[in-house]
Write a protein that binds this ligand. Structure first.
Ligand SMILES: *Cc1c(COP(=O)(O)O)cnc(C)c1O
Length: 566
């Protein structure tokens, strides 16, 4: 039976996200937010939850990254072919933008879990002949254009997406707003309660909305001036209501979602604390992120788990039984994944990595707070560290086209690669995507993460690494505060989050810790104490992967957000 007929009989959770990373051929994602959304869809399928995703079609994708020999990032278009992957739905809705009617066509991708269950994901498209030229491109560029362009996209996503679900006649249990971009859907809901007392209206809307925030800094929240809002959104809703819930001086999408959602959560315990101080007096809960275990486990580890821990993929808590796997089998599976990464590195860069050399990995969006350059703070110190045993390092990551600092950092890494070429083999792979991410997180020995605290709301790449027995070495921020047992599941960099430091002391402490642990703990253990090393690989799987997965996370959303009375 058609999945929409099945869903009509259910109470469905509708998950709205500006980006959803389903497969690498659909390049409508830029980083962790989209990958998380993809893992949510995959898990909803595994667990057979009545669920539907809503996102934009982003016909021009994010972008294809090419990096010149000197480290300059070039952004090439990354057009994809929706007809190849999506099915058009025979409905059409419209929204009002700048006084024009803008028509929206929904397409659907049928995500099919290996259990056979299906989760439809709606891709909203304004590229229609009946729209004006300028409206046809609204759903072209992910995070492209100016504030006006972004607001138009958010109208299509929040209001247009809402109307598509109505046209499909679905009975929605909850609207899950994944980051503020789709928050306008709360106003569409509010409008439907017109004529009733405001308290009652509020209660009705809040009962339907769940909001997950991902941004631990005020500056990261999506905001629009009311001049712009009036120009583009017109008289969609009264100015009184808009300013009451969306902010006095400007429309703040985080605030809007926060005010009109009955359940609000941050994506790690630390992030919940930070968000609660940003919005005092509001109840913000914590559901720590996870990753989809099956997706992020390499072929060799899948085989190993299938043999020793059957049922692990749909019940990843079973990975706590990792002890049952013989050490040499675990090492074999790891070396297999490492060889595959080494092949990928060779095919892209013609640099030959050695499978017997300790390999560090660092791959994520290239942006200032992630500090990809922290490892190179003192090159002579790094050369000294490396006398304890050889090192290889693999980097990857795209900078947003308008993130000049992010692009500068890529260039800076390229300079270090040249300066260190006689000491350490370092490569920067181009065009990071989810397929490459899987190869890197599973093929290195140590996963390095050096964000500026407290800006890493959660982070998820380290969880992917742990699923493959790769050991985390990271600043104590986001999820790692909950995942790190020093010397057991991995290693920390810098002071504990409870310790207060001035910024300069803090930075020096992080740099010292990074080099000291590499020199005196990590390199010696890798080369001289293989049993201890494998013990820590197993702890990564047994203590981290068994918990930091989206099966655990989705069950928390179900019990805390989707089903609990508010
Ligand atoms: C997992 C993933 C991310 C997120 O990485 P973080 O280190 O958690 O920021 C970003 N991009 C891609 C392609 C990923 O697979």
């Amino acid at each position: 039976m058609d999945i929409f007929e099945v869903l009509k009989k259910e109470q469905v959770v509708a998950y709205f996200s500006m980006e959803i990373a389903l497969i690498s051929e659909i390049p409508t994602y830029s980083g962790g937010l989209g990958v998380l959304a993809g893992d949510v869809i995959r898990t909803a399928g595994d667990l057979n939850i009545p669920f539907i995703g809503v996102t934009l079609i982003s016909r021009k994708g994010y972008f294809k990254q090419v990096i010149t020999e000197d480290g300059f990032q070039k952004e090439l278009p990354c057009e994809w072919d929706p007809e190849k992957f999506l099915t058009p739905l025979p409905i059409e809705v419209s929204v009002d933008i700048e006084g024009r009617k803008v028509f929206i066509k929904p397409w659907v991708y049928y995500w099919t879990a290996y259990t056979g269950y299906i989760v439809p994901v709606i891709f909203l498209d304004t590229n229609l002949p009946q729209n004006s030229e300028e409206d046809r491109i609204i759903t072209d560029h992910l995070y492209g254009g100016d504030a006006a362009y972004r607001l138009k996209q958010e109208i299509v996503l929040g209001i247009g997406g809402f109307r598509v679900l109505e046209a499909l006649n679905l009975n929605i249990r909850k609207y899950h707003i994944n980051e503020g971009h789709s928050a306008l859907l709360t106003l569409e809901l509010l409008k439907k309660t017109d004529g009733r007392p405001i308290e009652e209206r509020l209660e009705t809307v809040r009962e339907k909305c769940v909001f997950t925030t991902h941004t631990p800094v005020e500056a990261g929240h999506d905001k629009f001036s009311y001049d712009l809002v009036k120009k583009i959104l017109g008289d969609f809703i009264s100015y009184d209501l808009l300013t009451k819930f969306g902010g006095e001086r400007e429309l703040n999408m985080t605030l809007l979602a926060l005010n009109l959602s009955g359940y609000v959560n941050g994506v790690a315990k630390r992030h919940q604390e930070i968000s609660s101080t940003m919005f005092p007096g509001r109840k913000i809960s914590a559901i720590t992120n996870g990753v989809h275990s099956f997706t992020w486990t390499s072929g060799s580890f899948r085989k190993l788990y299938d043999e020793y821990i059957p049922g692990w993929a749909n019940e990843p808590e079973l990975l706590a039984r990792v002890e049952i796997i013989p050490d040499e089998k675990l090492w074999e599976a790891h070396q297999q994944a490492k060889k595959e990464l080494i092949d990928l590195i060779y095919s892209q860069t013609k640099v030959k990595f050695d499978e017997n050399i300790l390999t560090l990995g660092f791959a994520r969006r290239a942006t200032a707070y992630k500090r990809p350059h922290l490892l190179f703070s003192d090159l002579n110190r790094l050369r000294r560290v490396k006398r304890k045993g050889p090192l290889q390092i693999v980097y990857a990551g795209k900078a947003h086209p308008r993130d000049e600092e992010g692009k500068r950092l890529i260039k800076e890494i390229f300079n270090y690669i040249k300066e260190l070429k006689n000491d350490i083999a370092i490569v920067y792979l181009q065009d990071y995507n989810i397929d490459m991410a899987k190869k890197i997180v599973s093929g290195v020995d140590v996963w390095l993460n050096t964000p500026q605290r407290p800006l890493e709301a959660s982070g998820t790449s380290g969880m992917k690494a742990a699923h493959n027995g790769v050991i985390n070495f990271s600043v104590l921020d986001g999820w790692w505060i909950e995942g790190c047992l020093e010397g057991v599941t991995g290693w920390s960099i810098g002071p504990s989050p409870k310790e207060e430091r001035s910024i300069e002391n803090h930075l020096q402490e992080e740099i010292d810790d990074l080099y000291n642990k590499l020199e005196y703990i990590i390199i010696p253990m890798y080369y001289n104490q293989p049993d201890n090393w494998i013990r820590m690989m197993k702890n990564s799987i047994g203590n981290i992967a068994s918990y930091f997965n989206t099966h655990r996370m989705m069950k928390r959303y179900i019990t805390d957000a989707y089903f609990r009375r508010i």
